[in-house]
Design a protein around this ligand. Structure first.
Ligand code: SF4
Ligand code: F3S
Length: 106
């Protein structure tokens, strides 16, 4: 399965949702997650993210392992998103900032 990581938080570009053939992206206030039960590992979303926030589960960097379970957990309650929308207003400014997990809104 593919996993959305830290750098999506406060950016939420949403380019990823347009390419997913099985609609596995779920949307929260300032972050998106992938439903691991739906993802078919098609690889299409990874290059679409301007923030490079999507990786295969096996490539999750050290220190971000919690995002595997976080994607699964939040996908259970957040609604599916399939249409691209504007990024969050300060997306460019937040792109690349470290340790954004503390800003996650549920
Ligand atoms: Fe969707 Fe494919 Fe990305 Fe999985 S790898 S979330 S199936 S686009
Ligand atoms: Fe987030 Fe990248 Fe998608 S910033 S919303 S994972 S395009």
């Amino acid at each position: 399965t593919y996993v959305v990581l830290d750098n999506c938080i406060k950016c939420k570009y949403t380019d990823c949702v347009e390419v997913c053939p099985v609609d596995c992206f779920h949307e929260g206030p300032n972050f998106l997650v992938i439903d691991p039960d739906e993802c078919i590992d098609c690889t299409l979303c990874e290059p679409e993210c301007p923030a490079e926030a999507i990786v295969p589960e096996d490539d999750v960097p050290e220190g971000q392992e919690a995002f595997i379970e976080l994607n699964a957990e939040l996908a259970r309650t957040w609604p599916v998103i399939t249409t691209r929308k504007d990024p969050l207003p300060d997306a460019e400014e937040w792109d690349g900032k470290p340790d954004k997990l503390k800003y996650l809104e549920r």
